[in-house]
Design a protein around this ligand. Structure first.
Ligand code: NAD
Length: 428
């Protein structure tokens, strides 16, 4: 099939190259000319394991192309997939301006029946709005379906190629059958439902997962006070298939490009139909506490942050991604800096978008350079390489002896044996 993918960010670039890998002819369109130019030259705009080889292989095969021109992608496409950003607006709602701009451009280039599949995370009713936007410009036949993306950054290619399910929100069989054909080579349940249900499914899933993390962090704080260990508790409850082991890792709380904005957006959607969502609100409150508690425990251990050197390991919102949008690591860095700390941070991939952040921290080239003369070391992102740090070497480089392992990566006994005052989440 011929596919146009609008937007070459984490979702568009990964889904476009995976669809090409599945044998489709894919043209990816992005308005960011510099990004497109870099892609044409084989330079990846994001860090995602396996992506570079995938893109290069499919470009070489002629099944994957990049352009800034809708005219080169839309007219021949059987399916046009929208994968542009839907950031938070100031009132918490999803800002749909990129989606509507894409819809307008698509409409101007449609020439025959096409399915427009929305992969961006959008509020309930957006398929209808996009249909109106396109219908106002293009008088031919088309259908808009909701096809929310479920990939996770850091595992995006594996997730796309081995999905647990594919959600197709379509109003008619003609459109849903084209979508089923698009994904025919992927072996998983394909759930066809109404566009409104599909749109809500995505938000309901993200809000549930965020709530699950907030729940284990709440148990973690209790465990710290009661002399229990949240890792042991998580193993105990996670062994129950009704609960499951995933998303029971206590830590700094959730962040990133999806959970915070999607949780705010579902609350906003609920408010438009006069509904309260007390569970989701509590999850947000608990998430804020998770960060506050880490900063407070560290402050207690140090006496004060004033003039203290903090070595921060991790800036990305999670491991295996360079994405720092709403990263909890960056949030605690800001709070420590506000309280007078000097922060030196190391992250293997993090891409810092906010230029002003460079005023409050210095970036180190490796964990040991970050630890030089530090009063405390904080592990804020669960990069695998932090599990095998040379703790004895770190101890000799540091001035102080405090380690705050906010992702529970180290072996407590080993850290204590070396002489660290070692703190972790969910254990006194
Ligand atoms: N990142 C994730 O892990 C993830 C997972 C599932 C769903 N989603 C959802 O997918 C959507 C995209 O997320 P992302 O992280 O890939 O975003 P992103 O910000 O990384 O990428 C968006 C891309 O769209 C381009 N763009 C913006 N307007 C355009 C237009 N009119 N025409 C063509 N290109 C345009 C931008 O230049 C950018 O390259 C969001 O709704 C997000 O919530 C993201």
């Amino acid at each position: 099939m011929n596919v146009a993918v609008i937007g070459t960010g984490y979702v568009g670039l990964v889904s476009g190259s995976c669809l090409a890998e599945l044998g489709h002819h894919v043209t990816c369109v992005d308005t960011d000319a510099e990004k497109v130019e870099r892609l044409k030259n084989g330079i990846m705009p994001i860090f995602e394991p396996g992506l570079e080889e995938l893109v290069k292989r499919n470009e070489a095969s002629g099944r994957l192309r990049f352009t800034t021109e809708y005219a080169e992608a839309v007219p021949t496409a059987d399916v046009v997939s929208i994968a542009v950003g839907t950031p938070s607006a100031p009132d918490g709602s999803a800002d749909l301006s990129f989606v509507y701009a894409a819809a307008e451009q698509i409409a101007r280039h449609l020439q025959s029946y096409t399915v427009i599949a929305d992969k961006s995370t959008v509020p309930v009713g957006t398929s209808e709005e996009v249909t109106e936007v396109i219908g106002a410009i293009y008088s031919g036949e088309f259908d808009v379906v909701s096809n929310p993306e479920i990939l996770r950054e850091g595992h995006a290619i594996t997730d796309f190629m081995n999905p647990t399910r594919i959600i197709i929100g379509a109003n008619n069989k003609r459109a849903s059958e084209i979508m089923l054909k698009l994904y025919a080579f992927l072996d998983c349940p394909k759930l066809v439902m109404s566009p409104r249900s599909a749109e809500l499914t995505k938000y309901a899933a993200n809000a549930f997962l965020a709530t699950k993390i907030s729940y284990i962090n709440e148990i973690a704080h209790l465990a710290e006070e009661l002399g229990a260990d949240v890792e042991e508790v998580a193993s105990g409850i996670g062994a129950d298939p009704r609960i499951g082991r995933d998303f029971l890792r206590a830590g700094l709380g959730w962040g990133g490009s999806c959970f915070p904005k999607d949780v705010r957006a579902i609350l906003h959607t609920a408010s438009t139909v006069q509904q309260e969502m007390p569970i989701v609100r509590a999850a947000i409150e608990m998430n804020a506490r998770a960060k506050t508690r880490v900063v407070e425990r560290l402050e207690n251990a140090l006496g004060s942050f004033q003039d203290k050197n903090i070595s921060l390991l991790g800036l990305s919102f999670k491991n295996n991604t360079d994405d720092t949008r709403e990263s909890a690591a960056i949030e605690i860095m800001k709070r420590m800096a506000e309280k007078g700390a000097r922060v030196r941070a190391y992250d293997p991939e993090a891409k810092i978008q906010e230029e002003t952040l460079f005023e409050i921290f210095e970036r180190a080239l490796d964990p040991y350079a970050a630890a030089q003369d530090a009063d405390a070391l904080v592990i804020a992102t669960e990069w695998d390489e932090f599990r095998s740090l040379d703790l004895a070497r770190l101890k000799t480089l540091m001035k102080g002896d405090v380690v705050m392992d906010a992702r529970n990566l180290l072996q407590p006994e080993e850290a204590q044996k070396i002489g660290f005052r070692y703190f972790r989440i969910g254990r006194a």
